[in-house]
Design a protein around this ligand. Structure first.
Ligand code: 5GP
Ligand code: MN
Length: 338
C-alpha cells in the first residue's frame, strides 16, 4: 500500500466503523483466514466487524478461530442484508471483481459504504476507495499481516489472529512450496508462530481429517485421470454420479487437481467437476512454470485466477466441455512443450 492509501485507511479507521468483510464465493483457507484475522483485529480496535460469506465453506476449515460467527449469505440472508445496509465500510478480501461474490454482487453494488480491497489476483477491478492489490503476494493472509503492520498494529495480533493468518498462507502456498513463497513469507510465518500459531496442529487440522469416503473419491479421481504426454497435460473428471456415490461434501475435492502436476513432465493439470444443481462443470487449472492458467481460464472458460492456479466454469455437458478443452488445448501444444 502506498503512503496516501495508508493515510486514508488510518483516517477512516480513526472513527468507530460498522464493518462488513466479504470473501469470494466458495471461500478457501486464504479467504476465510484473511477475513477472520481482519475481523478480530478490527474488533480489537473498537470497530464492529462481521464476516459475510456468499455461501458455505468446507468442513476442513471449520475449526478456525472465530469461524462460527461467519454469516452465510444463503442461510442468514435477512441478517446479512441488514448488516450490509448498515455498513459504513466494506472490506473485500481475496478476490478482484465483485462478480466473484455470487448473489452478494448486486447488494455490494448498491451499497454506499467505502470499499477497501485486499487481494493478490491479477487485473483487479476498480470499485474500491482503497485498492491494496499485489499479485506478487503469496496470499491475501500475508497482505492482511502487512495491512495490520501498516496500521502499526502488529502488537494486537493474538494467537487466534496468528492462527488464521498462518492457515491462509499455508493453504495458498501449498504448504510454503509455490513460487510466491518469499523469504518475507517465511519471516511473517515465523512471527506468527512466535505470536501463538501452533503450526503442527494447524497442518493436522487442515490435512489430516480425511473421511474414508473422501479418500475413496480421490481413488476414483486418480483412476479417471487422462494423461496427454505430448501436451504435457493431465486432466481428471468427476461426474455428479461419482460425487453422489461417495457422499461428496464441499471441500472434498480440494487439492485433487494437484496430483496431475506430480507426474514427471506434466506442466498443466486440470480437474472438471460436474455440479448438476448449478448446471455447470466447475474447472480448476494448475500449471508449473510459464504457462499461464489465468490466461487460459479467462480466454476459454469464463474464469481467472493466478498464473499457476486458476478456476473457471463451463455450461456445456461434461462430454462437450472435454471436447472443447481438447480442441483448444491443441493450439497450446508448442507453448506447453517449450
Ligand atoms: P480453485 O481452482 O482452487 O477453485 O481456484 C484457484 C484460483 O483461481 C483461486 O485463486 C481462485 O480464487 C481463482 N478462481 C477459481 N475459480 C474462479 C472463477 O470462476 N473465476 C475467477 N476469476 N477466478 C477463479
Ligand atoms: Mn488467495
Amino acid at each position: 500500500m502506498n503512503l496516501e492509501d495508508i493515510t486514508t485507511v488510518k483516517s477512516i479507521l480513526s472513527q468507530p466503523q460498522k464493518i462488513v468483510i466479504i470473501p469470494h464465493k466458495n471461500p478457501d483457507g486464504d479467504a476465510i483466514g484473511s477475513c477472520l484475522a481482519l475481523q478480530a483485529y478490527l474488533d480489537s480496535q473498537g470497530h464492529i466487524a462481521n464476516v459475510i460469506a456468499p455461501n458455505d465453506f468446507p468442513k476442513f476449515l471449520k475449526w478456525m478461530p472465530g469461524c462460527a460467527s461467519i454469516l452465510n449469505f444463503e442461510r442468514e440472508n435477512s441478517q446479512s442484508k441488514k448488516l450490509l445496509e448498515e455498513a459504513s465500510l466494506i472490506f473485500t478480501l481475496d478476490f478482484n471483481d465483485l462478480s466473484r461474490t455470487g448473489q452478494l454482487e448486486s447488494h455490494l453494488e448498491a451499497s454506499n459504504a467505502d470499499f477497501i480491497m485486499i487481494d493478490h489476483h491479477q487485473q483487479p477491478s476498480d470499485y474500491a476507495r482503497v485498492t491494496y492489490s499485489d499479485v506478487s503476494m503469496s496470499s491475501t493472509c500475508e497482505m492482511v499481516y502487512n495491512f495490520i503492520e501498516y496500521l502499526d498494529g502488529l502488537n494486537a495480533i493474538t494467537a487466534e489472529i496468528a492462527t488464521n493468518i498462518y492457515t491462509g498462507i499455508m493453504t495458498d502456498t501449498g504448504s510454503f512450496k509455490y513460487r510466491s513463497t518469499s523469504s518475507r513469507t517465511h519471516r511473517v510465518v515465523a512471527d506468527l508462530i512466535d505470536k501463538g500459531a501452533k503450526n503442527m496442529e494447524i497442518h493436522q487440522n487442515v490435512f489430516d481429517t480425511n473421511s474414508p469416503s473422501r479418500l475413496h473419491l480421490l481413488g476414483v479421481a486418480l483412476s479417471n485421470m487422462v494423461i496427454l504426454p505430448e501436451l504435457c497435460t493431465a486432466f481428471i473428471t468427476l461426474s455428479q454420479a461419482e460425487l453422489d456415490k461417495h457422499g461428496f461434501k464441499k471441500g472434498d475435492t480440494e487439492g485433487f487437481v494437484n496430483y496431475g502436476l506430480t507426474l514427471e513432465g506434466i506442466k498443466f493439470a486440470v480437474i472438471f467437476i460436474e455440479n448438476k444443481e448449478e448446471g455447470i462443470i466447475k474447472i480448476s487449472f494448475r500449471s508449473i512454470g510459464e504457462f499461464s492458467v489465468n490466461q487460459f481460464a479467462r480466454t476459454h472458460f469464463n474464469g481467472g485466477g493466478h498464473d499457476n492456479a486458476a478456476g473457471g466454469r463451463s455450461e456445456l455437458s461434461m462430454e462437450d466441455t472435454l471436447k472443447k478443452f481438447n480442441d483448444v488445448l491443441e493450439s497450446y501444444k508448442t507453448q506447453l512443450n517449450s
